[in-house]
Design a protein. Structure first.
Length: 425
């Protein structure tokens, strides 16, 4: 039996699915990307370093901030630039806000309706008006904070190598801080909603990768946590390898030949013990059959729970924003950008994007001209894992009608939150 879905709607970019079931038990599955490569890595070669953050922020309209900040981090690594604590706080606030607004859009409006069998989003919104309002408020809070710190919601203006072109007014930061309680309440309200959903029974053991510093729940700093071991970010290419395939617009990535998962579910599975106490309690709402205590939770291998992890992350990152805003407001302002000398070097930067860890690598010469650029996106890292999940899940759909099977496959694909726009950079 052949299965083909020509277009998977409600994802970032265009993709389709082709699969087959043989005798009901042996399956194959293939994700096909339907966007052309934009060759941004090649465009940057020969350009001055300061154009890289600006150009790469155009890779994706949903996550321009993480591309800009990861590019900046990689360039600072190449030139050995040490930034101020003020800059770190502002960047963390920006990145956390971006993840919140992306999660709110995806988990409630793009993926959430799948779990309640709504194909019409307008009917879904009408059915759950309070939950819709909470998701919109939480997203608006995050986007407003992005505007305050970076001057606009997309194609951000103020972040630069070494710091910021301009600091946000403290009175505006204080206004955002005053609104965090309401945003936290909305996040908790949405967690209650998603905790009541019925998630398909499906598990496939896999690997999880994300940033970790073994101290806090990290989005901005740390090495690469991979199934219990931590690898320095600078050693990324010693363990991870990009692979190209004929006629495929997206490169794939493996860890020492192994497929792996990134994103919210990977971060919570790897870094659960570093969550805020409130976030731990929230996650254990989804993990009650295997609950041990507030310091330990068994990994969840069901990829459908990625949206549950996104809901819990919204709460966690709001609590981080609240803490960072307080620290930022009480500090005396330091210079917006530190002075540095342009020099030749190689550097890799990594940040957690909404969909998983993003990597940028640059080589620059003594005049600051880019000689090499590589960008490895979360979707390029998890596509192999998604196909393996689809292959394992397909036999479970053999007794379903064609319509129900297609809907369940779309639900699994959308739960991953793929961004083909980023993957075909």
């Amino acid at each position: 039996m052949k299965i083909k879905i020509n277009h998977i709607a409600k994802t970032e970019g265009h993709l389709s699915f082709e699969g087959a079931l043989f005798k009901g038990d042996i399956a194959r599955a293939k994700i096909i990307t339907l966007e052309g490569a934009r060759l941004i890595e090649g465009m940057l070669v020969g350009r001055p370093y300061y154009e890289a953050p600006i150009l790469t922020s155009r890779v994706c309209g949903i996550c321009p901030i993480v591309h800009m900040l990861t590019s900046i981090k990689a360039l600072e690594s190449a030139m050995n630039i040490k930034i101020s604590e003020q800059t770190k706080l502002l960047r963390k606030i920006l990145e956390n806000a971006q993840i919140i607004h992306s999660h709110a859009l995806h988990l409630f409006f793009l993926s959430g309706p799948d779990f309640l069998n709504f194909s019409n989003d307008l009917k879904f919104i009408k059915k759950f008006p309070k939950e819709t309002a909470a998701a919109v408020r939480m997203r608006d809070f995050a986007l407003n904070l992005v505007r305050i710190v970076s001057a606009r919601a997309i194609h951000n203006l103020t972040p630069e190598v070494g710091g910021f072109k301009k600091l946000p007014p403290k009175q505006k930061l204080q206004k955002s801080l005053n609104k965090t309680d309401k945003a936290v309440a909305d996040a908790k309200f949405l967690i209650e909603f998603f905790a009541k959903l019925k998630y398909p029974h499906f598990e496939r053991k896999t690997n999880f990768a994300c940033l970790s510093d073994k101290k806090t729940y990290q989005i901005y700093n740390g090495g690469i946590s991979f199934n219990g071991k931590t690898i320095p970010t600078k050693d990324f290419y010693k363990h991870f390898k990009e692979e190209e395939f004929p006629q495929a617009m997206v490169k794939r990535c493996r860890f020492e030949g192994q497929n792996y998962m990134v994103g919210a579910i990977a971060r919570i599975n790897n870094n659960f013990k570093y969550l805020h106490k409130e976030s731990k309690k929230a996650w254990l709402r989804f993990n009650l059959p295997r609950r041990l205590n507030l310091d330990l939770a068994a990994p969840i291998y069901n990829p459908f729970y990625n949206i549950a992890a996104q809901a819990v992350e919204c709460l966690e990152l709001l609590l981080q924003i609240e803490k960072d805003l307080k620290n930022l407001i009480k500090k005396s302002p330091s210079p917006t950008t530190i002075k540095f000398r342009i020099k030749a070097g190689k550097g890799i930067g990594a940040l957690e994007a909404p969909r998983g860890t993003l990597y940028h690598y640059y080589e620059i010469d003594k005049k600051g001209i880019i000689k090499k650029c590589q960008i490895i996106t979360p979707t390029a890292q998890f596509l192999n894992n998604l196909e393996e999940d689809l292959k394992s899940y397909l036999p479970k759909t053999k007794k379903m009608s064609a319509k129900e099977r297609e809907q369940k496959l779309k639900t699994l694909i959308r739960a991953y939150d793929p961004c083909i726009a980023c993957a075909t950079h």
